[in-house]
Design a protein around this ligand. Structure first.
Ligand SMILES: [Zn+2]
Length: 332
């Protein structure tokens, strides 16, 4: 029986139902409120789903219950006046609290949505550009070659649709990485492949986790890196910065597997470690070779398999051990 059903079960035996849905009876509240007792059935109760409202047109007392809210003091009073024993009222209060917290929990796990965002003007997948590259003017073809060399030099295969390029608006010397979410493009970052600033031009998407779409179901863990190249080089995900935002934690938790955070070996990385610990994630600070600052560096130096092996075997769950390791790791 629902809470509404139980409240209804205490309606006095002498009552009448009106066509508009009210159940009328001699009000049970009035003499508790210093008014003479009702004898003209001026108390009324009505349901709306599992919600219940009570109105007294004699003394003016009213109260209601809505699923997802707690049982108010006045509703508990009303139940008592209708003859509900204390233990029933207590049980109903607890049940209402439980529904309330369940609804809040449900709200909390409502997943973030991200709006579609266009890529820079003229952007097309690099693999498509390569096929028509002989039609490009020399200078732009040289740009495209540089971009392709950069990508291949980082040991990425040119998986169709993974990287984009645009000859327009100063993007010619940049590789564009689309931010995909459930197959849609919800942002992007464009990295310069030659010297100069800014290194990245981004269409930011707060709360987004990069490469989530490619997390296959067979893996028992997900590796969380800072940058998109790190993530792509080991099929992990990227938080696109040093901070793990609440929305991002929600998306990571939803994968329902071990989360292994690999911080960059720099000043901001220490912050990432703290946030990983706060979220209950594993942290891996592998003994990288000298000069390796992030996962993509490690893949370039050690190869993908070895980098992955070090990350997984040196992942630590214990908070104390994580902190001890962090002290040494960031200092070295
Ligand atoms: Zn009353």
């Amino acid at each position: 029986m629902s809470i509404g059903d139980i409240i209804y079960s205490y309606i006095p035996a002498r009552h009448k139902n009106t066509p508009s849905g009210w159940t009328k009876f001699n009000a049970v509240c009035c003499h508790h409120n210093g008014t003479s007792a009702d004898t003209r059935q001026r108390g009324g109760i009505i349901r709306n789903g599992d919600g219940v409202s009570y109105h007294c047109f004699n003394c003016g007392f009213k109260t209601s219950y809505q699923p997802g809210r707690h049982l108010t003091r006045k509703m508990r009073q009303l139940l008592g006046w209708m003859g509900a024993p204390d233990d029933v009222v207590t049980k109903l209060s607890l049940e209402a609290l439980k529904i309330e917290s369940d609804e809040k929990a449900l709200e909390a796990v409502t997943l973030p949505t991200f709006e579609d965002k266009p890529l820079p003007e003229g952007a097309m997948p690099i693999d498509e550009w390569i096929q028509i590259s002989n039609k490009l003017p020399d200078d732009l073809r040289a740009n495209l070659e540089e971009v392709v060399e950069y990508v291949v030099g980082r040991r990425f295969f040119l998986i169709p649709g993974m990287f984009y390029w645009s000859p327009l608006n100063g993007f010619a010397d940049r590789v564009i990485i689309p931010f995909k979410y459930q197959g849609r493009i919800v942002g992007n970052t464009a990295r310069k492949v030659t010297a100069g600033k800014p290194k990245y031009i981004s269409e930011q998407t707060p709360g987004y986790v990069f490469n989530l779409d490619n997390q296959t179901l067979d893996r028992e863990f997900v590796i969380v890196c800072e940058g998109p190249f790190d993530a792509l080089s080991i099929d992990g995900v990227a938080i696109l910065g040093a901070e793990i935002m609440d929305k991002q934690a929600l998306l990571l938790n939803r994968l329902n597997r071990r989360v292994i955070v690999v911080p960059d070996k720099d000043a901001d990385g220490a912050r990432t470690v703290e946030q990983a610990v706060a979220n209950g994630y594993s942290v891996s600070m592998p003994d990288w070779p000298d000069g390796v600052k992030d996962v993509n560096d490690a893949v370039l130096k050690l190869g993908r398999l070895m980098a992955l092996y070090l990350i997984v075997t040196q992942a630590e769950d214990n908070e104390l051990k994580i902190r001890l390791k962090a002290k040494k790791w960031f200092a070295s």
